[in-house]
Design a protein around this ligand. Structure first.
Ligand SMILES: Nc1nc2c(c(=O)[nH]1)N[C@H]1C(S)=C(S)[C@@H](COP(=O)(O)O)O[C@H]1N2
Ligand SMILES: [Mo]
Length: 336
């Protein structure tokens, strides 16, 4: 994953993968919005017509989980926007552990083993420990949640997750009054995650994310174990991933192995790689642009050259009525 440094490229032009990738995705976006001429058509095509078989994405999953998912109660406040088709939800992903292209997670996650799975609970809690996923989910009623997912790269989807409120799980471990933040860590295992093997990777593995405790306890914040009524596909973060719908997608960390309650704001992957571009808060905000592109609009997938499907981005991704009170008095330009 090293970007080589050919002698003819000035040092100022050598960028980390993340920045390079973001730029490339921006160019795709620009193509879609008609700012640039015809360029990388082939990458654009995927989103209109995925080149892989969606059937491959179906994860069989353990029986106990399938049973629980089958009983999940339907979302009664469903969005009226149409769902992003399954093949796009599972064929266009960001999961850098499997590679940096949007199709890499679907291609290289087939042998990933999400079962059995354990999650460590640590930090400012009365009941720390290592728990089997099955035990963590015992007695939890799963529900369908149809949410918008808005990536910081200005594309978005509407996904029918199956999951449960993070708060209902966190409360079981009895966090104490020093628990001001909750941090999440993805599995580190270079045998299963090929991109973690490259010692020159820009990302300091494992991938980490975190929320303020009130954000973590907000009823919209969920842990997902499925989508489209089935076990979560590997490329979407099996067996357990966070979904925070009012924040940019990079907050929604996948394949979680550790949840830690802390008294200080934890370090997070993207804010460490490029702190001037990706903040701790990462609230979706059409008025605060990324330093290198506008956040005012997004491409709702499926999107293609001839049908770019560009729509305005909404404040807090359309969840302002439910979450804006979390940020009263906070300067959202400063705390992006
Ligand atoms: N562990 C891990 N979690 C991750 C990522 C990642 O690379 N690694 N990418 C993030 C980004 S940038 C986005 S947009 C979403 C994408 O989720 P999806 O592929 O299920 O649509 O996952 C987030 N969670
Ligand atoms: Mo993202």
């Amino acid at each position: 994953m090293l970007i080589k440094k050919p002698s003819d490229i000035p040092a100022s032009e050598i960028t980390p993968e993340s920045i390079y990738l973001a730029r490339r995705d921006f160019m795709r976006g620009s193509i879609a919005t008609g700012l640039l001429g015809a360029a990388s058509l082939s990458s654009q095509n995927l989103m209109a017509d995925p080149s892989y078989s969606a059937a491959e994405a179906v994860n069989k999953g353990p029986e106990w989980l399938n049973t629980q998912i089958a009983r999940a109660k339907a979302d009664t406040q469903k969005l009226t926007e149409s769902l992003t088709p399954f093949e796009h939800v599972t064929g266009h992903n960001n999961f850098y552990e499997f590679g940096y292209d949007k199709t890499d997670p679907a291609k290289y996650s087939k042998r990933f083993k999400p079962d059995p799975w354990q999650v460590e609970i640590a930090g400012q809690v009365a009941k720390p420990g290592k728990y089997n996923l099955e035990d963590l989910l015992k007695g939890i009623d799963l529900e369908e949640r149809v949410y918008r997912l808005r990536c910081v790269e200005a594309w978005s989807m509407v996904i029918p997750w199956v999951g449960f409120s993070l708060a209902s799980l966190l409360k079981k471990f009895e966090p104490n009054s020093n628990a001001k933040y909750v941090s999440f860590v993805t599995l580190k295992d270079s045998r299963q995650f090929p991109a973690q093997a490259g010692s020159l990777s820009t990302i300091d593995w494992p991938y980490r994310e975190a929320l303020r405790i009130d954000e973590a306890m907000h009823p919209l914040t969920i842990l997902a174990v499925g989508l489209y009524g089935k076990t979560l596909p590997n490329q979407n973060g099996a067996p357990l991933r966070l979904v925070v719908p009012w924040k940019y997608g990079f907050k929604s960390i996948k394949s979680i192995v550790k949840i830690e309650f802390t008294d200080r704001q934890p370090k997070t992957t993207w804010s460490q790689i490029a702190p001037s571009e990706y903040g701790f808060y990462a609230n979706v905000n059409p008025q605060v642009d990324h330093p290198r592109w506008s956040q005012a609009h997004e491409r709702r997938l499926p999107s293609s050259l001839f049908s770019p499907n560009v729509i305005p981005t909404q404040m807090f991704n359309g969840y302002a009525d439910q979450v804006s009170n979390l940020y009263t008095g906070l300067d959202l330009r400063k705390f992006y």
